[in-house]
Design a protein around this ligand. Sequence first.
Ligand code: GDP
Ligand code: MN
Length: 392
Amino acid sequence: MDIHEHQAKDILARFGVPVPKGGVAFSPEQAAFRCRELGGGRCVVKAQVHSGGRGEAGGVKLCEGEAEVRDFAASLLGTSLVTKQTDAAGKRIDRLWVEEASAIERELYLGFVLDRKSERIMIVASGHGGMEIEDLAEEDPESLIRMVLDPAVGLAEYQARELAFKLGLQGAQIGQMVTVLKACYRAYRDLDAMMVEINPLVVCEDSSLVALDAKMSFDTNALFRRAEVAALRDPGQEDPRESFAADHGLAYVGLDGDIGCIINGAGLAMASMDMIQLAGGEPANFLDIGGGASPERVCQAFRTVLSDQNVSVILVNIFAGINRCDWIANGVIKAYTELGIELPVVVRLSGTNVEAGRKLIAESGLPIISADTLAEAAEAAVAARPTLIAAQ
Ligand code: GDP
Ligand code: MN
């Protein structure tokens, strides 16, 4: 789960990272007021969206006083920001962060991530901040410093100092960097984060270190024990299809095609998406209903897939191990009647209780297209699609 920059700055500041003074604004008037609170002079107005690359996309501006802040805020609020990291629709700007301007001397990159290979938290840092990490890895890989942390020891003092030296920091900056590193590490570990990124971490003209940007994302599996973090969720920044699915315990990822998929097992879901493409179609989503899917759960899966306006056919593909085909069949029939489905539905069942499942579908009298194999199901779904488009 991602959070906003201002929320990440708030958290990191509590752990001891120096951040610029600032405030959140939901209206142009409030933004102007935030500027006045900061002395009424130069300040930076930043769109709060769950994406990086805001600067390049026009979502960050250095303003000279209240009037400029108000105008820029008015031009941003209510619009969507399209960055290199978002899709073409972008992310809605509902709130801004207004902070005091900093006199930048050097921009550094600092990130804490989970290194799956070593199964440890890893620090990634570079003396060339400001650029996105992907671009940095491509354009200046030599500048990247990586450091893996031992969970039994945590971040050792000598490691923090070594990193500060490698970044070319001097004098009092070294001690400040050690403080920043330790604070980020504690925030990461104590709050079950998946990522902490400060880009840029700047050295100001007065030689002090400040986190000019901050990004944090959290392990959703740990949110049950981090109520404070869970409360920071902003559904306005999420794909509404994905939020709906997550709220109903389904693993769903929205895609651009029109063939809605209801599958059990992530592997089978991926294979089904490949087969649809092989048959000349495009999947509208990835959806894994999981094992032991009750008719109610199948019904929720249909609701989720149907919440996507682009869907013109639904493909149900079940290989029942823990699942039972008769349950799935009952779920499909329930969805048909309760949701008033008018789209073609292709169902392929195999595994536990397959005969009972097929019988239920055949005897339902519903216009469900049955298929025996995955390939047949994918072809049937693609074939069912143009008829519908022609009929519209
Ligand atoms: P991002 O593009 O989404 O990563 O947003 P950032 O918060 O990193 O802002 C983009 C860029 O704006 C930064 O890399 C800085 O160069 C610049 N910027 C942000 N705050 C200030 C500031 O207080 N003073 C100055 N001069 N530049 C700033
Ligand atoms: Mn940034």
